[in-house]
Design a protein around this ligand. Sequence first.
Ligand code: SAH
Length: 241
Amino acid sequence: MLKNIRIVLVETSHPGNIGAVARAMKNMCLSRLCLVAPKRYPSEEAVARASGAQDLLDAAEIFDDLDSALQGCRLVIGTSARERSVAWAVLNPRECGGQVIEEAAVGEVALVFGRENSGLSNEELDRCNLLVHIPTNSDYSSLNLGAAVQLLAYEVYLASLEEADKPLRAPREVASAEMLEGFYTHLAQALEDIGFADPRQSDKLLRRLRALFHRARPDRDEINILRGILSAAQGRKSMRR
Ligand code: SAH
């Protein structure tokens, strides 16, 4: 099940950190490294810091944008060095490890890490079902990227060792990240069409709605029902016109 877990690094600036992440992952039996628009890569610095984990660098996948890196994921967990104000559910690293392992038993899971200088944007966090925050000194909360990956990868590995002793539970099927994105695009358009909201002026509303559906974890059939309702509402509107 560790094979179903991908570590996604968004716009990493320092190639040394990419190497450090590869090493941290390999120590904890994780292998799938996804790089979204890295600033300097490939790089000798990455190879040097990876030490014996060059194989992970060789196999690393590079993407232009975050949505492409999240294709096929049933669970996306974002990381945050700061407490965030909006409606994301925030896990601690231990809870995160347990949840990742439970879901990786049945499908693909992503842990998403941000830029060294500015972390993840709100739009990127909108892609996440959950957030994880590593508790720290509140005056100095930002860990080095490699250290943050090491700590969360360790919790995932620890949870996998514990999971091996438990009877198998089967979490239910849920819609993939790209299916959810398709639904949110449709939802924004429908809200505009039915005159409920102009999404260009209601980022907050859409963020709350995304968080609601991300918490609910709808399955494929439920998304299809919801999209059917949206289409019907949009159709009725045009019939009235
Ligand atoms: N200055 C940035 C911090 C970036 S640290 C900010 O304020 O958001 C680089 C990345 O390491 C973060 O995006 C996150 O992925 C991870 N990270 C660092 N500290 C963390 C913490 N305390 N909890 C969770 N992730 C953390």
